[in-house]
Ligand binder design. Structure first.
Ligand code: SF4
Ligand code: SF4
Length: 490
């Protein structure tokens, strides 16, 4: 017996135990008195649910292992906020790579726009971690302890030991998710040290992990669909991103309306006598509300495309099952477009479907050129601090200079500093060779000493500092130092 079959249809066409969405209801999750309408969606285990379940478990494995995978010795993905280093597919972006990051981020946004224009919120329904963990980890656990929504066991809800065990399972899942989430922001070696060490050794790390776990518990244990409805901006952008030809989950109003009132089959078309069947003058929708009670955001897809629809296809599975039982063709609710269900021709190629990938290709082209021509290291003189110059006992003029060096390569390298010009200037530094690990950056300070006659009438001298690396990197950094005004002949 499926979850759809485990409950007879109640008198008003709404499965017993499920709250129908009333006319006055502004939000599916908000009761008229302002209290929250706590949703307990039924599972409709049809073909889309089966496919989503397989996808979800594969994604859970993928989300878990991605932070530990390496490309060229670097993480596949690491958003190291603390050290301001982002790594994607083995390529590390530093704060000086703002343009590259901007190109990448805009391209990702354009990809999202394109996918949404073509397939609606397919990401939300099939791959978003919020949906994946909520529908295929937390809700199954809840059903295990509370029983399937609408069942007698569910009516009693978890009590006593079952309730404690449910919350223990939720906490364990949240700890697991918190660690998975943090692994995207903290290098794995450091994360393992945090996990293995005593909280007293890493109090800040422990606090971060505890807060992240609490947030996961709050999100998946309490806030749930509110994250999609209230917190996530993507749903709100949907109306601007889709058009009449986007493939979304639609109710075929022409076929379904007018909705049938209950009229129980005595024999014939309906295989399940507890289901009402449509009268001949009625549409195929028998107003059984199964598409509503299975919806994880509690909406009625028959009211048209709504911001709250996350494209999970549960209403398709629910309705197909009903159609099978009353002997009508499947697809009253289906993946289609607003244009097609209104009887118009489908247009796959539209301006936005051409513009998004074109702009994306241009941006990614620029990105590819910039990244392939990027030097293996970076050397940059930082703004001067304190007194601009001072005179030595020898009469020479000294300037303090700070230089930031970054190793972008995949192996450690040594960098040597020297003065390329003008003649007579020298670099005063304890050790002018600096060794840097891959992606390591360091600010080094040194003194440039020059004879006073190099400063001329303007009291400044143009310098060229040569940086050479053991990895073949060479760069001449231009800079000017200050000194006393020097007039020749005086
Ligand atoms: S659309 Fe399908 S599932 Fe929804 S109420 Fe009508 S018949 Fe029932
Ligand atoms: S309306 Fe259908 S596709 Fe949209 S969220 Fe509800 S069940 Fe999922």
């Amino acid at each position: 017996m499926t979850a759809l079959e485990d409950k007879p249809i109640a008198d008003e066409g709404v499965p017993a135990g499920a709250a129908p969405v009333s006319e006055e209801q502004v939000l599916s999750t908000l009761n008229a008195d302002g209290s929250r309408n706590w949703l307990c969606p039924r599972v409709s285990p049809g073909r889309f649910w089966q496919a989503r379940r397989i996808t979800a478990y594969l994604l859970i494995v993928l989300f878990t292992i991605v932070p530990y995978l390496k490309v060229n010795g670097r993480p596949l993905m690491l958003l190291d906020v603390m050290h301001r280093r982002f790594t994607f597919f083995g390529v590390t972006f530093l704060p000086t790579d703002t343009l590259l990051m901007a190109l990448l981020i805009v391209s990702v946004f354009l990809l999202i726009f394109l996918v949404t224009a073509l397939f609606g919120r397919v990401w939300c329904g099939w791959a978003c971690p919020q949906t994946v963990y909520m529908e295929f980890l937390y809700r199954p656990i809840e059903r295990l302890f509370d029983g399937a929504p609408g069942s007698r066991r569910s009516a009693k809800k978890a009590k006593g030991l079952r309730r404690v065990l449910k919350h223990v399972a939720f906490v364990l899942c949240s700890v697991f998710l918190a660690n998975t989430f943090l692994a995207y922001f903290v290098p794995p070696e450091q994360l393992f040290r945090w996990i293995a060490g005593s909280p007293l050794q890493h109090p800040t790390a422990f606090l971060v992990m505890a807060i992240t776990t609490a947030l996961m518990l709050f999100d998946f244990g309490y806030f749930r669909e509110q994250t999609c409805l209230v917190a996530c901006p993507y749903g709100r952008l949907q109306s601007a991103l889709v058009d009449r030809h986007s493939m979304i989950i639609t109710y075929d109003e022409k076929r379904g309306e007018p909705r049938g009132k209950k009229r129980t089959s005595k024999k014939g078309a309906a295989q399940d006598v507890s289901l009402p069947v449509a009268a001949p003058q009625q549409g195929d929708c028998i107003d059984c509300h199964k598409c509503v009670t299975t919806c994880p955001t509690g909406i009625d897809i028959r009211n048209g495309l709504q911001m709250e629809c996350i494209g999970c296809a549960q209403c398709i599975d629910a309705c197909d099952d009903v159609m099978d039982k009353i002997g009508r063709p499947r697809g009253l609710i289906r993946y289609s477009s607003q244009a097609v269900v209104s009887g118009e021709a489908r247009h796959f190629v539209r301006p936005r479907v051409i513009v998004y990938p074109t702009v994306m290709a241009v941006l990614l082209g620029i990105f590819a050129v910039l990244i392939t021509s990027r030097a293996s290291a970076e050397a940059q003189v930082l703004p001067r601090q304190g007194a601009p110059f001072y005179a030595l006992d020898t009469g020479e003029i000294a300037n303090q200079v700070r230089m930031r060096l970054v190793n972008r390569g995949n192996s450690s390298a040594q960098y040597t500093l020297s003065i390329a010009s003008p003649d007579g200037a020298r670099l005063d530094m304890e050790d002018s060779t600096i060794e840097l690990e891959p992606t390591q950056s360091e600010t080094v300070g040194f003194v440039v000493v020059l004879p006073p006659e190099l400063f001329g009438a303007r009291g400044r001298c143009d310098l060229e500092i040569l940086v050479t690396g053991s990895d073949g990197f060479t760069k001449t950094v231009s800079y000017h130092v200050l000194g006393p005004v020097h007039r020749s002949g005086r």
